[in-house]
Design a protein around this ligand. Structure first.
Ligand SMILES: Cc1ncc(COP(=O)(O)O)c(C=O)c1O
Length: 393
């Protein structure tokens, strides 16, 4: 346990450093959604009623708003329940459509450090007869165009590489990777759940064919996301029903969530540069403060090609379970992805970390609310817990 004096210094509730797991829905987003829960609760597919027509035009407006943030035609947006569903629709839907065209399954490429919401659908496709290459990143978590070119086979149909990693925040050169794919007629998908709203992201400027988005990663509501589809990219649906979303995602459109999603996107891009500068400064102060007292911390992932709000490091010489248990009262952060069920991180293992290093790791992600005082308190808590565990007091 940490000393009483430290306990008094720290806030009573744990400091929030887990904004990559999710973000709170911001007040403006909640206010924008408010009328559509009960007062204006029409079904956008019921065009015979006034309420339905109104709901339909609200959805149209939100679609336009989100499309403007991405600088794309609104018809290219398919609303889904989040990035997991968007990834499934992109990967399963496109690979199966191409297999129908070609008369056989083809070859797929991804990165070993992708989120499970990409790896699992790709592994499902493997069970359906597709071949899958999982490229290992370099020790910084990056993949190069040369590595991708090496992995191409004659019948490669689809490549999926995320914009920014959810654990180590590493930002991939997706523009270059997408260009290499376009030159060879291969479809490029990217999971932008951790990228959009945190980095400038224009699908057309980058040459992206399929892009998955998630609302709750940038202060929007949970349960809403989207798939951006470049025109001409074939997709077969995964579900059948009322034909909504061009038949690709049937089911009643959740009007309040769509409104909140679009509002959050608009807000996220409005002050993107200044917010990222502020977070970068705080994140750097966090790392400098930690390493000045614990110089042997191991940074996980590239320092240069990284989201400004992410820090991920391993703590040598301590047990991972003890580290997380002792920190829990002071700090809400993560040992990896929010969705990996306590196994050692496949991302950190792919970077060459040992199981011990992977489990004694902290992912700290900063958000709009993070202050310099939070950073200072987090440094104090981590340094004290680590020294205690190492018995170096
Ligand atoms: C990179 C990445 N992809 C997909 C997801 C899943 O997103 P959603 O919760 O919207 O399904 C997450 C969430 O943790 C993520 O970080």
């Amino acid at each position: 346990m940490v000393s009483n004096s430290l306990a008094k210094t720290l806030k009573t509730s744990p400091l929030e450093f887990d904004y990559q797991a999710t973000t709170p829905c911001c007040a403006e987003v909640v206010a924008a959604m408010e009328p559509y829960w009960s007062d204006c609760c029409g079904n956008p597919s019921s065009r015979q009623s006034r309420a339905g027509l109104m709901a339909s035009s609200v959805v149209s407006l939100a679609r336009d708003q989100l499309a403007a943030c991405l600088k794309i035609n609104p018809e290219r947006l398919i609303f889904t329940s989040g990035a997991t569903e968007a990834n499934n629709l992109a990967l399963l839907g496109h690979a199966r459509a191409r297999a129908i065209e070609l008369g056989r399954p083809g070859h797929l490429i991804t990165l070993r450090t992708e989120h499970r919401a990409v790896l699992d659908p790709l592994q499902q496709l493997q069970r359906e007869g597709f071949r899958l290459t999982e490229i290992g990143p370099d020790s910084e978590g990056l993949i190069s165009t040369a590595q991708l070119l090496d992995a191409f086979e004659d019948d490669t149909i689809l490549v999926s590489v995320m914009v920014a990693n959810n654990e180590i925040g590493v930002v991939q050169p997706i523009g270059d990777l997408a260009r290499a794919c376009r030159d060879r007629g291969v479809t490029f998908h990217t999971d932008a759940a951790q990228g959009f709203g945190h980095l400038s992201l224009e699908p057309d400027g980058l040459g992206l064919d399929l892009v998955s988005l998630s609302g709750h990663k940038f202060y929007g509501p949970k349960g809403i996301g989207a798939l951006v589809i470049r025109s001409g990219i074939p997709i077969v649906p995964l579900h059948w029903g009322g034909g909504q979303e061009q038949g690709l995602r049937p089911g009643t459109i959740p009007v309040p969530l769509v409104v909140g999603f679009a509002k959050a996107a608009e807000m996220a891009i409005q002050d993107l540069d200044s917010r990222q500068q502020r977070l970068l400064k705080l994140r750097n102060q966090l790392w400098e403060g930690l390493t000045s007292q614990l110089p042997d911390l191991i940074l996980n992932g590239s320092w240069l090609h990284r989201l400004p709000n992410n820090l991920n490091f391993s703590v040598p010489g301590v047990n991972g379970n003890c580290l997380h248990q002792d920190l829990r009262a002071y700090l809400a952060c993560s040992s990896g992805s929010a969705c990996t069920n306590g196994k050692p991180s496949h991302v950190l293992m792919a970077l060459g970390r040992t199981r011990g290093e992977a489990s004694a790791s902290l992912r700290m992600s900063l958000g709009r609310e993070t202050s310099i005082s939070d950073v200072q308190q987090a440094i104090l808590a981590i340094v004290n817990v680590v020294r205690k565990l190492r018995k170096t007091y």
